[in-house]
Design a protein around this ligand. Structure first.
Ligand SMILES: *[C@@H]1O[C@H](CO)[C@@H](O)[C@H](O)[C@H]1NC(C)=O
Ligand SMILES: *[C@@H]1O[C@H](CO)[C@@H](O)[C@H](O)[C@H]1NC(C)=O
Ligand SMILES: *[C@@H]1O[C@H](CO)[C@@H](O)[C@H](O)[C@H]1NC(C)=O
Ligand SMILES: *[C@@H]1O[C@H](CO)[C@@H](O)[C@H](O)[C@H]1NC(C)=O
Ligand SMILES: *[C@@H]1O[C@H](CO)[C@@H](O)[C@H](O)[C@H]1NC(C)=O
Ligand SMILES: CC(=O)N[C@H]1CO[C@H](CO)[C@@H](O)[C@@H]1O
Length: 502
């Protein structure tokens, strides 16, 4: 299951590598983590039941085409639910860009807190992902062209969640049960936006590692890679220097006679096509995802990783075991990300598998999800480069025959002057961010009001709070989760108070 996710961006890269420098396209959001033991548990003992809902294709106009429907998948767990008579709460995960089972299996926070809240758990799949395919459930038809893909957008997804939740509550005669939405990464953005757009449906949102400010010019395009650089540099200056200087060495080597052969041998690459761009993307991917999932305990997000994998990577670079040259050091670092299990016989740079079904992000990244994250300043561990909007436009025209709308997200959901705007308008949102996560640069890091609260963990990585807990969790992480539970408890008791008094 490992490699697919990153290869969504891999292909972005390799298509561009002849014209654009490494790191032009930031990786897509990855979400959550599966711990191997959890994965086993979930396949043996079901964590949820699977249902389908007949969903409207287009919520935003009334032409005949709009009335088409599709089957939207959602997962439900009522084991801990206090029931409709008690108006017990409903916790909804607003699915992001992939198979919803993957997200459900990764969102331990909801399962572990359901007994305390007596909550019903619902995980809704995002349209065009997993099994929630419009156009007869056939992915190849749904992904045909701009006319079919045009129905893949965040606004449609939010409207799907609104209609599904409303219908489900009616079916359960639970119309007065409070709904709290949860999400990580893009799912966290959806959770926050859902609370802002549909306050009559959700009483609050926990938006974990949701970079809602990574649009337009709200966040510096250097921020993402600056954070990655800081992650590695704070472990060791020598590790930083090796990484930083390696790109030129790879390029130089690739140009020499026999250079590609040397690179293949140094990195134990399988006998398939290789060029410098492929190799650089492969390494870049490892460094980025390792920084993003720099969790305090062993994890299995895309690949199995040890606790604090950034430290482990820098150790592999600073104390190499197979040689003292740069390539031997980088090989050791790559091994941390791609071969922690120790089962790889060689590395395949052309793996196009997509086990979590994330490929729709390519379309979203070409329409509304224009997040400038690929700038690299002189200090970056990646080669210096500018965020290149024009390159994105060219890519999108070539791949989808479409032009991005880089200002749409901020027009639709806001973002400019968010503190002033939401101070007296919004309420009941938690923005969690871990500062080791490169996406935290585009997150809400300061509380906006008493009920729009930023929780920031200096030591945290990408939505670490939503992971299944473990005995080895550090105190700061336990404290974060406790704080979140306390806030959600307050929202719910305020809701019951209002329900009784209005
Ligand atoms: C709900 O989740 C729990 C684990 O938290 C599991 O034991 C239980 O079987 C699940 N219930 C259903 C109906 O799937
Ligand atoms: C787009 O794909 C759909 C489904 O395959 C097809 O019916 C339609 O004719 C295509 N439209 C265009 C403009 O190619
Ligand atoms: C509600 O019940 C109707 C009738 O059984 C069903 O068609 C619909 O899918 C249900 N809604 C949800 C969200 O499951
Ligand atoms: C790297 O160099 C150091 C110091 O010169 C030496 O002690 C070590 O054995 C070398 N490591 C390898 C793997 O060759
Ligand atoms: C993966 O790790 C194992 C165990 O350390 C090692 O034997 C194997 O050579 C590694 N695979 C590659 C491709 O380096
Ligand atoms: C002032 C400034 O930085 N403007 C930039 C805002 O974002 C657009 C699109 O990403 C750029 O083209 C502008 O240069």
């Amino acid at each position: 299951m490992a490699a697919g996710f990153l290869l969504v961006w891999f292909s972005f890269f390799t298509l561009l590598s002849s014209t654009v420098s490494v790191a032009e396209f930031a990786p897509k959001f990855p979400s959550s983590i599966i711990r191997p033991e959890q994965l086993l548990v979930s396949t043996k003992n079901q964590l949820y039941k699977t249902n389908y809902f007949t969903q409207t294709l287009d919520h935003f106009n009334f032409n005949p085409q709009s009335y088409q429907t599709f089957q939207q998948r959602y997962l439900i767990n009522d084991t801990y639910w206090g029931g409709a008579e008690k108006n017990a709460p409903i916790f909804v995960y607003t699915g992001n860009e992939g198979n919803i089972e993957w997200f459900a299996q990764n969102t331990g926070f909801m399962f572990e807190n359901a007994p305390h809240f007596k909550a019903l758990l619902v995980f809704i799949e995002h349209r065009f992902y997993g099994k929630s395919m419009p156009f007869g459930g056939k992915k190849d038809v749904a992904y045909s062209n701009t006319s079919t893909l045009g129905y893949l957008s965040s606004t449609q997804a939010l409207a799907d969640y609104a209609t599904l939740i409303t219908d489900l509550k009616q079916n359960l005669t639970a119309t007065d049960s409070p709904v709290v939405v949860f999400g990580g990464s893009y799912g966290g953005m959806l959770a926050a936006w859902f609370r802002l757009k549909y306050p009559h449906i959700a009483i609050g949102a926990l938006a974990s590692s949701s970079p809602i400010l990574n649009f337009g010019n709200l966040t510096s395009p250097y921020s993402f890679n600056n954070i990655i650089t800081r992650d590695y540099r704070s472990e060791s200056e020598s590790c930083y220097k090796v990484l930083k200087s390696s790109w030129q060495q790879i390029e130089d080597t690739a140009k020499q006679p026999g250079g590609l052969h040397l690179l293949r041998k140094s990195f134990r690459i399988c006998k398939n096509y290789i060029d410098a761009g492929y190799l650089e993307t492969w390494l870049y991917t490892a460094y980025v995802y390792t920084a993003m999932t720099d969790y305090p305990t062993p994890s299995n997000f895309l690949n199995p990783l040890p606790a604090y994998p950034v430290i482990q990577m820098c150790k592999a670079i600073d104390n190499p075991t197979t040689g003292n040259d740069t390539f031997a050091k980088l090989y050791g670092a790559a091994n941390i990300y791609y071969n922690h299990s120790g089962t790889a016989t060689c590395f395949n740079l052309n793996d196009n598998s997509d086990p979590h079904d994330l490929s729709g992000w390519g379309w979203q990244a070409c329409t509304e999800m224009i997040m400038p994250t690929s700038g690299n300043n002189k200090e970056s561990i990646f080669p210096a480069s500018e965020w290149n909007y024009k390159a994105r436009v060219t890519y999108c025209k070539n791949s989808f025959d479409i032009e991005p709308r880089p200002n749409w997200i901020t027009s639709e959901f806001g973002g400019h002057d968010i503190h002033r705007v939401l101070k007296r308008f919004g309420s009941n949102i938690i923005f969690f961010n871990g500062l080791r996560d490169p996406w935290s640069g585009g997150g809400v890091l300061k509380s906006i009001s008493k009920s729009i609260v930023a929780i920031v963990a200096k030591e945290g990585a990408h939505h670490v709070d939503l992971r299944f807990s473990s005995k080895e969790d550090p105190q700061w992480l336990k404290d974060v989760r406790k704080k979140e539970v306390k806030i959600i408890t307050k929202w719910i008791s305020q809701y019951y108070h209002d329900l009784a008094h209005f």
